[in-house]
Design a protein around this ligand. Structure first.
Ligand code: FUC
Length: 770
């Protein structure tokens, strides 16, 4: 056994600075050399925590988590993440590296669990227990008292630091005696190096990974005990966790980069040299720079609920109580999750974000192309997290070549462009049914990134080339039917019905693809001939019909069943996330879409409810959207696995398909934004004859339940950010900022006002004119 508690002077100075400072800050006044203030901390710890609580940004519980999917709480830095249980005597922290995937270019494989850290402490029974997640600071905190000692843990995942930091403090010296273990998800043996547990290995596909868990104790001793560490009467400690793999999103290097050891070791070592406060400051600065871009408030009606543990609060809400701030919280929670699992340079959010606790997760924890991976990115642009969109865009960019080869193998050697099947991995492999318009759906999101940001360089170098090649696929793939209409020969309404020609889902997405690509050629001033070809083809596309019960037809034939409650509503794509069936421009189709949607029902799986909220918001029925939001936010049954309905959220507010699937979290956040602001419609402007301008519809689907509120920082197409305040359903303040320097039309309840802003300018609009 190696005793590493005797440290050089330099190191103990760092420790004194870090944990000592931290606890000192927590428990002033007395801050001696190591900063403990035993008596005052004991007295103030619960108060200190409580003082942070009523925060609209906090989820809290008075019990530790027992169950991973429904109770543990997630943290993440975009590349690595953890689910924290918060047990006082037995802490369990399950960790992930987002790129830990089996499979290759031909086999989808699955995303994988990295492993489980456990800490067992020799405490007596805990009292005054509380754990919380504060999404304003992205910090998980546990406090409790045991044996007359007050304990506190804080945890966060640092994007700039590329580590996760766990701090354990107490109000009495020598409070921590126990064991720290790591169980590698693939059975690799731990190596104990100095004060670090190292676990490294390779998956069946050769992908190398490494996890490092470094313990930085203060006081007492840390000793290696076989495959784990033993703490003896340690005053407090930091646990710095780094992980990674050698995945690279580059086919030319066979999807591999350098061995993860170098980067993981460097990140953990660098973090261990910094004080807790310095690490926290850097993490918060980065996190707040994204999270604080949007604020959303819905009055102050729920103070009582806000002070309840989240499980009770959700139960109360599920039983019908009003809690608008919970609704606002769930909006922000989707943003928290996206910031935590989707950062530039990383992989896109998978079906569980990046939080996967088994090596056989539901649906492989993959990038599902027939709604799920797209839905993960619905909130990105509109909720001012454009940067979090980049992993999705980069992933699409990286898989083109593999997809083109596979597409040619299946659709014929002369077919240009590419498309996908339903199940997808980081290496471009695609499995299960062909989802022929899947790549065109990706392109819709590539176009939205431009529509919101106005970033022409991105459009020229990344967005447009992909859109163009996917159009080429459709130029080669569409066939002319007996009525002279262009149809997809092998259409499929996802997970619903047979493969047959002219399915509305395919037709609508291709229409959308051609429309956006035409707009892209105009924005870039390129490819006039190609544009004309696309325009001519678009005119010949079979459009969805209106059927015998007034419904928007899902298939080319009028065979929809009015009692069909299938979760997918793929034929409503053109309403949302598409943008060309609208009450204003295509009122008959919009009416038919509402008939279809009403018949499909209000109950479904988590993501399917989230989609329906956006659809009702686009169809201008705020109260129906709200009704579904309440369905979405009901407490889901824990053990259920259901493919058809039973969606909701677990007590940790993660979306229940069921089981846990994160798309509903993201889809519902996007849907709330859609209730407050829409910008998908355009108008002709002589100043922009080719492109048109966007109409910014303010509070287009405000439910009766949200008569008072405010939102700051939502984004609109055309490069605007919008701040709104309203009272009794009437706008009281509208502030507009233009990033790109273009004009727009504001619309509120049908009244419009044209506004022209210079690049970077901000203006408060005279609401009396709306
Ligand atoms: C689609 C959906 C399922 C599930 C799966 C991951 O296939 O139809 O409900 O969400 O993706």
């Amino acid at each position: 056994m190696t005793d590493i508690s005797l440290r050089g002077r330099g190191q103990s100075a760092i420790l004194a600075n870090s944990i000592g400072e931290a606890i000192g800050a927590l428990a002033r006044p007395s801050r001696r050399s190591i900063g403990f203030a035993a008596a005052s901390f004991a007295a103030t710890a619960p108060t200190v925590l409580a003082a942070q609580l009523p925060g609209k940004s906090v989820l809290y519980y008075d019990q530790p988590a027992q169950d991973w999917q429904s109770e543990a709480l997630p943290i993440g830095n975009g590349y690595s993440g953890a689910m924290i249980f918060g047990g006082p005597q037995h802490e369990h922290i399950q960790i992930n590296a987002a790129s830990l995937w089996t499979g290759d270019e031909h086999t989808v494989g699955t995303s994988q669990n990295l492993g489980d850290i456990t800490l067992d402490f020799a405490h007596g029974a805990a009292s005054q227990y509380r754990r919380q997640l504060d999404i304003a600071t992205a910090t998980h905190t546990v406090t409790y008292a045991a044996d007359g000692i007050a304990y506190r843990r804080d945890a966060f995942a640092s994007n700039p630091g590329r580590v996760m930091v766990f701090r354990f403090i107490a109000d009495r010296r020598g409070a921590y005696t126990g064991d720290i273990r790591f169980a590698d998800g693939h059975g690799a043996q731990n190596v104990l190096a100095g004060d670090t547990i190292v676990s490294a290995g390779a998956l069946s596909n050769g992908l190398r990974y490494e996890a490092r868990i470094r313990i930085v104790p203060q006081g007492g001793s840390l000793t290696a005990a076989g495959d784990h560490y033993h703490l003896d009467q340690v005053d407090s400690f930091l646990m710095i966790v780094g992980d990674g793999t050698d995945f690279a999103d580059d086919r030319r290097t066979k999807w591999r980069g350098p061995d993860p050891h170098g980067a993981v070791n460097a990140a953990v070592s660098a973090a261990a040299q910094q004080s807790y406060q310095t690490l926290k400051k850097a993490q918060e600065k980065d996190y707040r720079s994204l999270f604080n871009r949007v604020e959303f408030h819905l009055g102050n009606t729920a103070t009582e609920a806000a002070s309840m543990p989240a499980d009770q609060r959700l139960r109360r809400y599920s039983e019908g109580s009003l809690d608008p701030e919970l609704e606002a919280f769930s909006f922000q929670y989707g943003r928290y999750l996206l910031i935590s699992c989707s950062r530039p340079g990383g992989l896109p959010a998978n079906l569980q974000g990046l939080w996967v606790n088994t090596n056989n997760p539901p649906w492989s924890g993959d990038f599902h192309s027939d709604i799920n991976v797209q839905m993960n990115y619905w909130p990105a642009e509109v909720t001012n997290l454009s940067t979090c969109d980049l992993p999705f865009i980069d992933w699409v960019n990286s898989i083109r070549e593999v997809r083109a080869e596979d597409t040619r193998d299946h659709f014929g050697a002369s077919v240009r462009g590419w498309t996908v099947r339903c199940e997808n991995n980081p290496f471009g492999a695609s499995g299960y049914m062909w989802n022929t318009p899947g790549s065109a759906w990706y392109c819709q999101q590539l176009w939205q990134h431009y529509a919101f940001t106005g970033d022409k360089k991105y459009l020229r170098t990344t967005g447009y080339p992909i859109m163009k090649e996917v159009c080429e696929f459709w130029q080669d793939h569409l066939v002319t039917n007996a009525q002279g209409k262009l149809v997809t020969p092998d259409g499929w309404s996802p997970e619903h019905g047979d493969v047959e020609p002219g399915v509305s889902y395919d037709q609508e997405i291709v229409y959308d693809l051609f429309t956006n690509t035409i707009a892209a050629t105009k924005a870039l001033g390129v490819d006039t001939g190609f544009r004309e070809t696309l325009s001519a083809m678009r005119e010949k596309l079979l459009m969805p019909g209106i059927g015998k019960w007034g419904q928007l037809m899902e298939w080319a034939g009028d065979k929809d069943d009015p009692n069909d409650h299938h979760r997918h509503v793929s034929h409503l794509y053109a309403v949302y996330p598409g943008d060309w069936i609208t009450s204003e421009s295509t009122p008959d189709l919009a009416k038919a879409a509402a008939v279809s949607l009403a018949h499909r029902g209000d109950d479904s799986t988590g993501w399917a409810i989230a989609w329906r909220i956006s659809l009702w918001a686009r169809l201008r029925d705020g109260d129906h959207a709200y009704k579904l939001l309440r369905n979405y936010l009901r407490l889901a049954s824990v053990a259920t696995v259901n493919y058809d309905n039973g969606g909701g959220v677990y007590q940790n507010l993660l979306c229940a398909h069921p089981p846990f699937q994160i798309d509903g979290n993201f889809g519902s956040t996007a849907a709330i934004a859609e209730m407050l602001l829409q910008s998908h419609e355009t108008y002709a402007d002589p100043a922009a004859p080719d492109q048109g301008r966007y109409i910014l519809d303010l509070l287009p689907s405000l439910p009766t339940a949200w008569q008072d509120g405010s939102v700051r920082g939502l984004c609109a197409r055309g490069g605007f950010t919008v701040d709104l305040a309203w009272a009794q359903g009437r706008l009281t303040k509208v502030t507009l900022t233009s990033v790109t320097g273009t004009g727009c039309k504001l619309r509120f309840k049908g009244r419009t006002l044209t506004v022209n802003l210079k690049r970077g300018h901000k203006r408060e609009v005279d609401v009396s004119r709306l």
